[in-house]
Design a protein around this ligand. Structure first.
Ligand code: CA
Length: 237
């Protein structure tokens, strides 16, 4: 039996107990922490597969805990918020939680969100294992008239340098190194933007659009960066 470990960080004893009880009933191993500092200790010690994190906590609030943990772990963090004005910060760039639930919430809703996070991590892990780097690290990648000079961080098209934002460049290099492979938006977001960025895969679409305007001769009918039905992109060269 797979027993994923969930760390429940909640200072209200009744809710802590209810959460632990219901998650254990679903077959998860549950550990609890009642304040921010012990949450950090527990997360480092247990390496949980998912962290359920309340915001209003003694010692150190959930925002701070999340910010620190985000630098140390890829495990999904699901935040529990009590106030509407917390939601903006949770979903904003600064904290980096994967999802949130507003109190009060039903156990059924909570379990659905937990399962969704595990499903997402599993899919991402499977895709990562499948996707291989086509082109090893090298100084330059050339595709017909498109040349990416890695050493100089410069891209030229027909010999003319292209102006690129840092993320456009990184995205292009990531795509180019995985030429011919379908890459999902989620994987691209995770690999190019990393976990500092709270996921909205439309960010990927926007950057792809910008890139196409630079590297495609007809951006409306892209030949280099093609859209793959079923949610991703493939670099053709
Ligand atoms: Ca609380």
């Amino acid at each position: 039996m797979s027993s994923e470990v969930i760390l429940v960080v909640e200072d209200e004893p009744a809710l802590q107990e209810t959460l632990a009880y219901n998650l254990e009933k679903e077959g998860y191993s549950v550990e609890v922490a009642g304040d921010g500092r012990s949450a950090l200790d527990a997360a480092r010690r247990l390496q949980p597969d998912l962290i359920l994190l309340d915001i209003m906590l003694p010692e150190m609030d959930g925002f701070e805990v999340c910010r620190i943990l985000r630098k140390e772990t890829n495990s999904p963090i699901l935040m529990l918020t009590a106030r509407d004005d917390e939601i903006d910060r949770v979903v904003g760039l600064e904290v980096g939680a994967d999802d949130y639930l507003t109190k009060p919430f039903s156990m059924r809703e909570l379990l659905a969100r937990v399962k969704a996070q595990f499903r997402r991590s599993r899919l991402l892990r499977e895709e990562m294992a499948k996707v291989k780097e086509e082109t090893p690290e090298q100084e330059a990648l050339a595709f017909d008239n498109l040349v990416i000079n890695i050493t100089r961080r410069e891209v030229t098209l027909g010999g003319d340098p292209l102006q690129m934002k840092p993320k456009e460049y990184e995205l292009l290099v990531y795509l180019a190194r995985h030429r011919g492979q379908m890459l999902s938006r989620e994987l691209i977001l995770e690999r190019v933007w990393g976990w500092d960025y709270i996921g909205d895969s439309r960010t990927v679409d926007v950057h792809i659009r910008w890139l196409r305007q630079k590297v495609e001769s007809d951006p409306a009918n892209p030949l280099r960066i093609v859209t793959v039905r079923g949610g991703g992109y493939r670099f053709e060269g």
